[in-house]
Structures are given as C-alpha cells and as structure tokens.
Design a protein around this ligand. Sequence first.
Ligand SMILES: [Zn+2]
Length: 123
Amino acid sequence: MSIPCNAVQETLAWNQPLDEAGQQHVRTCEACRSFGEQLKILDALVMDHASVDIPPGFADRVMAGLSARPARVPRARHRLSHALEFRSVHWVLANIGLLVTLSNLVRFVLSLLVPSTASGGSL
Ligand SMILES: [Zn+2]
C-alpha cells in the first residue's frame, strides 16, 4: 500500500526517520524527493545563520524591556478603567442604583395602595 505524500513530507519536515515504505516512496516520488532536498537546503541555511554570536545577557535585556513597557490599552478603554478606579465613582454609581431601586419600590407600593394610579387613573 502506498503512503500518501503528505504523510511522508510531514515525517521529513519533523526530521524524523522514514520507515522502509517511506524511503521507497521518496525514491519513486519526485515531489517528496524535491521536498526533502529543499528541507536539507533550508536546514543548511538555518545552521549557517545559527552561528551568529548573541551577546551575553541579550535575552535578559529583551525580557526586561518587554516587562518595562506598559501594555497598550485603547484610549477610551483606558479612560473608563481609570475612572472606575476612583471610589467616589463607585459611590455615585451605587447611590444611583439605590435611588432607582427605591423609586421603583415606592411606585410598586403606591400601585398596591392606589390601584387606579397603576392603570392610568381611569376606571
Ligand atoms: Zn510523494
């Protein structure tokens, strides 16, 4: 049974050894043989450039620079989150909610005591 090209090429791409059927496939399939040769060229290019000397402490400086930069937050969202940090804003919002709740409670109690006001005042 023939192995599909994508299975052979995936094995090659992960740099894993091909079994006998895979090796036979590569010998007879031009696409997979070409793919394997391109991977070898790519590996050689990467190895040539992997020999660049990285200065000591480079990774630490990059990570320190990343953590020192503030996360970018959209301006409007930044202002809203900044405003919500103030306790006075919390207090005002809580009192507005309390007033709305109390006014609804008063209207409900009034509608029980005076049923005509709840139905628009007409009988
Ligand atoms: Zn193939």
